[in-house]
Design a protein around this ligand. Structure first.
Ligand SMILES: Nc1ncnc2c1ncn2[C@@H]1O[C@H](COP(=O)(O)OP(=O)(O)OP(=O)(O)O)[C@@H](O)[C@H]1O
Ligand SMILES: [Mg+2]
Length: 581
């Protein structure tokens, strides 16, 4: 019932059209009665009572009824198709909007294959319900009711005898509905898994080729594919148990006609014509009964898919905008006050406090997995800290307008993602209407202008999905240019120059400093060369700040930073002495 309520939300706006379509269904169903009814009259009046002149008229009537019925049926089929396409689009829209509103945690924990399965197969089942199942239910119900009513007016005992099968039919239908639904849920679940395997295979195709593990992937797919076949067979086993029962019950109607109808005719309780009417209307009782089983199947298929879609739509983002949030300009004063955070139960950041003033460059260094990316992810609320607070210009980020916040903080992420678009489109991603000069300037700061200009199609070069066709360092520099073009108040570079040679990196940082003297910059890096010129260097280890200060101060501490320095510059002893001072 919840699923019906949910789908009603999307078809409600078509209620007028739906009413008209349903009236059409009623009219067409009523017109279906004309042929059987008139056949009876032809036998009784035309043949038995020799009113031969009526034959042509009655045949014309039958023909007209059939043609009109076909036209009306076609019209309501088109109407339902239109309604379903409209609703289908709306549901897709709300699913896509939901996707845009979800937070990092959702994407951390949800398989892409699941989302794709919701957006494709499950959605199609819903569309099928609206475009076909709804009118079929009405059509079959209407034909059944009209047929029963017509037969009642002819002979009620005969009709009741025919209806004897209905309770058995209802029993089979209820059993079928109950047993088949879980099998459809299992099919949908398995379809998600199959989808995930394919999606990961496509995304990871390079790793697969590099390790020559195609055979493992084929096995993995075969396993899921076989499981999918199995789930479908499980389902088929259930419905193939009940549908023949339903079919047989519908089939007994003919038998009842012969036995009961024969007896009644022999005893002159009904005329031959009436027996013919009964006989030719038997499809109007039998077909709805047969279709009943299939429709229940389709409805349960819809229920399984709608459950999944609703579950997906019910996801709530943990990161939400508060009403009346502060929308003011951001100057770039960043403060972490006793911040702790964990993705699950384990704390990744423990009681971190730090300050960064506008214009300052804060570098973060530390072993892999120490929480550097996590720390900066809290600034633009990719995650919310569990304890303490992150403040920008003395306002808790949770109290700021999310869009304003994110428009003023620019992050060049550790794992670069480029869209399959032109280089220009990728750089201008955050500022779609940026003039060419600004794009070129941002690329210049990121030291990307030279290599882009040397490409045959320059900024118009189309790059493949995820930036295929570019080197790692080139991709990083495009991502950097994209972050710079946004002209943020706070710039975060998460390992952004790790794939760039040291000289280029030095050049990038030098240019950045001259352009960014009024902005707050966070630089995460593993190389001392990337961090040594920062105003403040933070050393993070195990989610805690273990050292902080300038390059010189940290060397003098002779701690973690000094050791890293030693390992990177150990060969240049003279340099070491000079730097320690
Ligand atoms: N999305 C996530 N879900 C769960 N745990 C995560 C997630 N991202 C990171 N972690 C865990 O949090 C810890 C810190 O990760 P983080 O990415 O902040 O490290 P890092 O210092 O940036 O490392 P690197 O130098 O390798 O980039 C790691 O132990 C990691 O396993
Ligand atoms: Mg990281």
């Amino acid at each position: 019932m919840e699923n019906v309520k949910w789908v009603w939300k999307y078809i409600r706006k078509y209620k007028l059209r739906m009413c008209i379509a349903l009236i059409f269904v009623l009219v067409a169903s009523a017109l279906s009665m004309v042929t059987p009814y008139v056949s009876g009259i032809i036998i009784d009046k035309v043949i038995k009572q020799s009113h031969h002149d009526m034959l042509l008229k009655l045949c014309m009537l039958m023909l007209a009824a059939t043609i009109i019925k076909s036209i009306i049926r076609f019209s309501y089929q088109i109407m339902f198709e239109t309604i379903s396409q409209g609703a289908y689009m709306k549901i897709r829209e709300s699913m896509y909007q939901k996707l845009q509103n979800m937070d990092f945690k959702f994407f951390d924990t949800t398989r892409t294959g699941d989302i794709m399965a919701r957006m494709t197969g499950d959605m199609d089942t819903v569309r099928h319900l609206i475009s076909w199942v709804i009118y079929m239910v009405f059509e079959n119900a209407a034909i059944f009711i009209f047929a029963v009513t017509l037969l009642f007016t002819i002979n009620w005992q005969f009709t009741l005898a025919m209806l004897l099968v209905v309770p058995f039919l209802a029993w089979a239908a209820i059993r079928l509905a109950g047993d088949v639904r879980p099998t459809f849920s299992a099919i949908r679940e398995q379809f998600s898994r199959l989808n995930s395997v394919v999606q990961e295979n496509i995304s990871g195709n390079r790793v697969i080729k590099a390790f020559a593990t195609e055979y493992i992937e084929i096995n993995k797919f075969d396993k899921e594919n076989e499981a999918y076949r199995q789930r479908n067979m499980d389902s088929a086993k259930v419905w193939s148990k009940y549908l023949p029962i339903i079919d047989a019950l519908a089939g007994t109607l003919s038998l009842i006609i012969l036995i009961v109808g024969g007896i009644l005719t022999i005893n002159n309780k009904i005329s031959i014509g009436e027996l013919v009417t009964f006989n030719s209307i038997v499809w109007a009782l039998g077909n709805p009964m047969r279709n009943f089983g299939w429709l229940i199947n389709d409805i349960q298929r819809f229920n399984a898919s709608a459950d999944k879609i609703r579950e997906y739509l019910n996801n709530e983002s943990a990161i939400s905008n508060i009403e009346k949030a502060a929308k003011k300009e951001i100057t770039g004063f960043v403060e972490f006050k006793n911040v702790s955070f964990g993705y699950d139960n384990d704390e990744v950041l423990k009681n971190v406090s730090l300050k960064a003033k506008p214009g300052e460059t804060v570098a973060i260094i530390g072993p892999t997995g120490s929480g550097k990316s996590t720390l900066v992810n809290l600034i633009c609320r990719f995650y919310d800290c569990s304890e303490g607070e992150v403040l920008i210009d003395n306002v808790n980020v949770k109290d700021m307008d999310l869009r304003t916040l994110r428009s003023k903080v620019s992050v060049a992420m550790q794992d670069v993602f480029l869209f399959s678009d032109t280089i220009e489109g990728n750089i201008a991603y955050g500022v779609p209407d940026a003039p060419y000069e600004s794009i070129k300037q941002a690329a210049g700061i990121a030291d990307a202008d030279d290599f882009i200009s040397s490409l045959p199609e320059g900024y118009d070069t189309i790059i493949g999905e995820r930036g295929v066709g570019l080197s790692g360092g080139q991709r990083q520099r495009i991502a950097l240019a994209r972050a710079i073009l946004k002209d943020p108040s706070i710039l975060i570079l998460d390992d952004t120059t790790s794939s760039v040679d040291m000289e280029t990196e030095f050049e990038i940082h030098r240019t950045l400093r001259s352009f960014y003297n009024n902005k707050t910059t966070f630089i995460i890096a593993h190389r001392i060369s990337s961090v040594k010129n920062a105003d403040k260097i933070i050393v993070l280890n195990g989610g805690q700040i273990i050292e902080q200060g300038t390059h010189k101060e940290l060397l003098n501490l002779k701690g973690y930073y000094y050791n890293v320095y030693q390992s990177q510059y150990g060969d240049f002893d003279g340099l070491d002495e000079k730097e320690v001072g």
